[in-house]
Structure formats: structure tokens, C-alpha cells
Design a protein around this ligand. Structure first.
Ligand code: CP
Ligand code: NVA
Length: 300
């Protein structure tokens, strides 16, 4: 079984992964991987959190990891993604891959005989969504009925995964961004089959009654050529103290990090009492442990 998209997990499966995370965090988990289990981290893009937390997650589960910078692999000389997947399947037990193009990850997974996890592509960031929703559930004591605003670039990976996973679990989404950068139509349609996704182009309307204000960079990896244009287009959607006045008085602030202070979020909000971004980052490690354990059990 692979985890390439939040679509790969049903609602029950997401809850099973959260239960494993609870057991691990309470120290009640007796699970560990078969001795010598190895995770290859194949990364085409930079990473701090996802790379380090996956490496530590494997160590805590009794396994180990190997980091492969795609630029220094034979992929950079044109070895097909599918051959790379076949090779890694001969040597390691799991792969977490961060790739520019989601289709490359799908091609990789199709040629792989071991579980493959999406560690971020242009289309999705599903391990982040799992950590995020686990964080919401701990902070708000529920997910069902929680209203989450995703603010800024609603057309990207983090939003796609969060939106689809959140509505599957019974949360509501408010997408708040400029009309020129609309949400991915396929993810929007699929998400609306599960629950409520409203779209706004003003902060005042979009943040009304929301419990969570979630933002992410205006310039995702791969969009650097359009950096200036994007910063201008999204400027009105900065999460700052004034914007938070529109949200519920107990609304919390989330961000997958890295944050660009002064662009999508101000430093005072990021470091303020409503921010749970550090808890969110911490939970990546726990959820990655839980996801590896879950895939390991399902692949036996
Ligand atoms: N949130 C996240 O994926 O961070 P990294 O890019 O540092 O892995
Ligand atoms: N949307 C961002 C997420 C970074 C963790 C990006 O793709 O760069």
C-alpha cells in the first residue's frame, strides 16, 4: 500500500493512523519494525522538517534511513524514475519521496514493490495534512464541525491535501484567496462530495466564524520564477493581527513552515499566543511514525 494522496486513506483509515499516533505518544505502543528496516528518502526539493522527522521516526521505530538527494543520484543523468523505484525496492523497505511533479511520484510508485509515501509534490502534501488534522483534533478536542480557513495560495499542494482530508473527517473548509489563483477544480469537486468547502476573496468574509486560520507560503517550491507576481497578487491575504479580528475569538493559527515573516504571516502572529505552528511541526514526527507503522502492517 502506498500513501501518495490523502485520497489513499478512507476516513476510518485516517482514524486508525491517529489511534496509532495516540498510542505512540502515550508510550503504550508496542509496535516496532522488523529489524534492519530501511527507509529511503528520495528528495528532489529542499526540506528541513520532513526529512529530519522521517529520519528520526525511523530511528524511533527501530529502523534506519538513507537520504538521497535526487541531484546526486543517477536520476539527474536521466535514469528513469521507474528504474530508480525498481532498484530501491531491491535494497530498502519503504520510500518517502519529495518530487516536483506528482505524475513522477505515481510512476515511481507503480514500479515500486515496497510502500511509497508522498513527502510533498506539486499536487499534495499528505503527511503534512495528517499531522495538521491530528494537531487540530488535539487543540480543539474535535475535528467534526471545526471550520478551517486556508488563506492565500489556495491552488497548491498543502491546501489540496488539507481540504480533502479535513472534509472527509467532518470539518468545514473556507478557502480565502484571489480569484486569479483558483482552487484545484478536481480537489474542490472531490472535497465537496464529502462536505462543506466555501470560497471567498475577502478576508472579512472568509475568516468569519473560523476556528483555525491556516496559511502557507505565497511562493511554493517550483513557483520561484513568479515570486514577485505572486507576492503582489496575495498581499491582501496576509495573516496579521488585523485579519485575526475577523475570525472566532478563540481561533488558532497554523502554518506548515517554513514561514516567510512579513509576507503570508506577520512575526507577531506566528510567535503569538494563538499560533500552534510549533506543535504542528512536532506532530509531523509522530504522524510519520504512525504512517510508517500503518503501511508496514498493511503491506505484510
Ligand atoms: N512543512 C514541511 O514540509 O517542511 P519542510 O519543507 O522543511 O520539510
Ligand atoms: N506549499 C509549500 C509547502 C512547503 C512545506 C511548497 O510546496 O513549497
Amino acid at each position: 500500500m502506498h500513501f501518495l494522496s490523502v485520497n489513499d486513506f478512507s476516513r476510518d483509515q485516517m482514524n486508525e493512523v491517529f489511534d496509532i499516533a495516540d498510542e505512540i505518544s502515550l508510550g503504550k505502543s508496542t509496535v516496532s519494525l522488523k529489524e534492519g528496516s530501511t527507509l529511503a528518502l528520495l528528495f528532489e526539493k529542499p526540506s528541513t522538517r520532513t526529512r529530519v522527522s522521517f529520519e528520526v521516526a525511523m530511528g524511533r521505530l527501530g529502523g534506519r534511513s538513507i537520504y538521497i538527494d535526487a541531484k546526486t543520484s543517477q536520476m539527474s543523468r536521466g535514469e528513469p524514475v521507474s528504474d530508480t523505484a525498481r532498484m530501491l525496492s531491491l535494497y530498502v523497505d519503504f520510500v518517502a519521496a519529495r518530487m516536483y511533479h506528482h505524475e513522477d511520484l505515481v510512476e515511481f510508485a507503480n514500479a515500486s514493490t515496497i510502500p511509497v509515501v508522498n513527502a510533498l509534490t506539486d499536487l499534495e502534501h499528505p503527511t503534512q495534512a495528517m499531522a495538521d488534522l491530528y494537531t487540530v483534533s488535539n487543540a480543539k478536542r474535535r475535528i467534526k464541525g471545526v471550520r478551517i480557513a486556508f488563506v492565500g495560495d489556495i491552488a497548491q499542494n498543502t491546501c489540496n491535501s488539507l481540504m480533502l482530508a479535513a472534509v472527509k473527517l467532518g470539518a468545514e473548509m473556507a478557502l480565502v484567496g484571489p480569484k486569479d489563483y483558483p482552487a484545484n477544480p478536481e480537489y474542490l469537486t472531490r472535497s465537496r462530495e464529502y462536505g462543506v468547502v466555501d470560497i471567498y476573496d475577502t478576508m472579512e468574509d472568509g475568516l468569519a466564524n473560523v476556528d483555525i486560520v491556516y496559511t502557507d507560503t505565497f511562493v511554493s517550491m517550483g513557483n520561484e520564477d513568479e515570486a514577485e507576481k505572486r507576492r503582489k497578487a496575495f498581499a491582501k491575504y496576509q495573516v496579521n493581527a488585523n485579519a485575526l479580528k475577523y475570525a472566532d475569538k478563540d481561533a488558532l493559527v497554523m502554518h506548515p513552515l517554513p514561514a516567510f515573516r512579513g509576507q503570508e504571516i506577520t512575526a507577531d502572529v506566528l510567535e503569538g499566543s494563538r499560533s500552534i505552528v510549533w506543535e504542528q511541526a512536532k506532530n509531523k514526527l509522530l504522524l510519520e511514525q504512525a504512517i510508517i507503522m500503518y503501511l508496514s502492517e498493511k503491506s505484510m
